[in-house]
Design a protein around this ligand. Structure first.
Ligand code: ADP
Length: 458
């Protein structure tokens, strides 16, 4: 900015000086021309009475005293009667000369003619005498070009001086303009004693700072509330199985458990410990997804193969409930993080089995969407469904529609949160539809900005 202001001031000053020099030269030159014309007129008026009375004799007497000016006496037909600088007998007829014609028609006339080289110009003034003859006087002077040429040297010196002066002034002015700007206190825009024109801008900055501070405060409060709730939830979720493990272990330690019950107690401790491990693993997965500094390994992932693999892993769980899993679609590759996508697919199919009815079905489909670039992963079950009012909340951490049911089927309340964050990492859009008692369909569209309806209602 400093350079721009400096450059602008410098160029403007040099330009103004140059224009001023040229305009002044033209004005002065024009003034000189006018003054010469006036002098010619006055001189001509002085000699006119003598010429009227004595004619050539008078003019010849004058010759000695007016050598710097040319005097020509012209007959009414344009023939030269007398000229103090040339032989009148050999001169051209002057009837076509501008000042002569003007003088004949209106009593007096003037004109300016340039030499062939344009370096000299001749100023003429002519007057008609009572006998119809015309008396003319002329004077040579340097043309404006000749003046410019002769002034070249001083003009260059002057120009250099102007350039230096402009440089100096431009530097000083730009510095003094920018000083208050550089010293602006943007931390506290209201504490500035600066240009009045900047006041609206400073006010705006202050207002925006207030808004940002308020937003930051709200954001921090929200984050803090979220953190507290999340911590409380985690503590609660950890505490329940730990209490149970500790209680059963204590009973067994006391030896107060009959031998026949030891196996059952041990199973309970094992189940609760497994739940704890699953919960802790989910918490770790989520905190990794929350961490913006984690660097993922992005590769090409075939979602169809991934779905097939997860179905294989979950087949035993499905068999226990007599749930049949169908997979349809085709090889569908996206750019993604294999580990995160595995968690997404696993949790969706796991839920579809967990919340299904006996002898129900799960349909998994992986297909490219219409333009061949985006992929839609859809998991549809014939399970208990989700009430409309809960649909928006099931992706929240630890939110369960039916807590006891979730616990009974080994849920942690974090599965869909992992799905949500995993999808967000891949800029994918989630669509959920469900009908209580009929089933649920969750579809994920990869990548973002490509929305195609691949859910079909339940
Ligand atoms: P959980 O570990 O309890 O399954 P999730 O985050 O995976 O936790 O899901 C949150 C809640 O959403 C579940 O407790 C359940 O009530 C509901 N839910 C998720 N998937 C389904 C589904 N396919 N059918 C019915 N309810 C579901």
């Amino acid at each position: 900015m400093s350079r721009r202001i400096f450059k602008a001031i410098f160029l403007i000053s040099v330009f103004i000086c140059l224009v001023t020099m040229v305009v002044t030269a033209f004005v002065l030159f024009h003034f000189m021309e006018k003054r010469t014309q006036t002098e010619l007129k006055e001189a001509l008026e002085l000699i006119t009475p003598g010429v009227e009375e004595e004619g050539n004799d008078y003019l010849e007497d004058l010759e000695a005293s007016h050598t710097d000016r040319r005097i020509t006496w012209i007959n009414a037909d344009g023939r030269v009667l007398y000229d103090n600088q040339a032989d009148a007998a050999h001169m051209d007829n002057h009837s076509s000369r501008e000042e002569f014609q003007e003088a004949v028609s209106s009593g007096s006339g003037s004109s300016i003619r340039h030499s062939d080289t344009m370096m000299v110009e001749t100023i003429y003034y002519a007057e008609r005498l009572p006998d119809g003859t015309v008396l003319r006087m002329s004077s040579d002077q340097d043309s404006i070009w000749a003046i410019f040429m002769s002034l070249t040297e001083p003009a260059v010196v002057m120009f250099m001086f102007i350039v230096l002066l402009s440089l100096f002034l431009a530097l000083r002015v730009s510095q003094s303009i920018l000083k208050p700007l550089n010293e602006l206190n943007l931390e506290h825009p209201e504490n500035n004693d600066t240009y009045e024109e900047l006041r609206p801008l400073l006010n705006k900055i202050r207002t925006q700072q207030d808004v940002i501070r308020e937003q930051q405060r709200t954001e921090m409060e929200r984050a803090e509330a979220f953190r507290r709730e999340y911590t409380a939830n985690i503590s609660h979720e950890l505490k329940t199985p730990l209490t149970s493990i500790s209680g059963f272990a204590e009973l067994m330690m006391d030896g107060s458990v009959p031998k026949s019950m030891v196996k059952e107690f041990s199973r309970t401790i094992y189940d609760e410990a497994s739940r704890l491990i699953t919960l802790v693993n989910d918490i770790i997965r989520l905190s990794q997804l929350d961490d913006r500094n984690v660097e993922y390994e992005w590769t090409t992932v075939d979602l169809y193969a991934l779905a097939r693999e997860n179905i294989r892993v979950l087949q035993a769980a499905a068999d226990r409930k007599n749930v049949r899993i169908y997979l349809q679609g085709e090889k569908s590759e996206i750019r993604g993080v294999h580990r995160v996508l595995t968690d997404v697919v696993y949790n969706l199919i796991d839920n579809a089995i967990k919340y299904n009815r006996e002898n129900g079905t799960v349909e998994v489909s992986v297909m490219p969407e219409s333009d061949g670039r985006a992929v839609c992963l859809k998991v549809k079950d014939t399970g208990i469904g989700i009430p409309e009012k809960d649909l928006d909340r099931i992706f929240e951490r630890f939110y369960r529609v039916d807590k006891s049911h979730s616990k009974a089927v080994g849920g942690t309340g974090l599965g869909l949160s992992i799905v949500k964050h995993g999808a967000a990492l891949h800029h994918a859009k989630i669509e959920t539809s469900s009908a209580v008692g009929k089933g649920t369909t969750i579809a994920i569209h990869f990548p973002d900005n490509f929305i195609n309806d691949c859910t079909d209602g339940n």
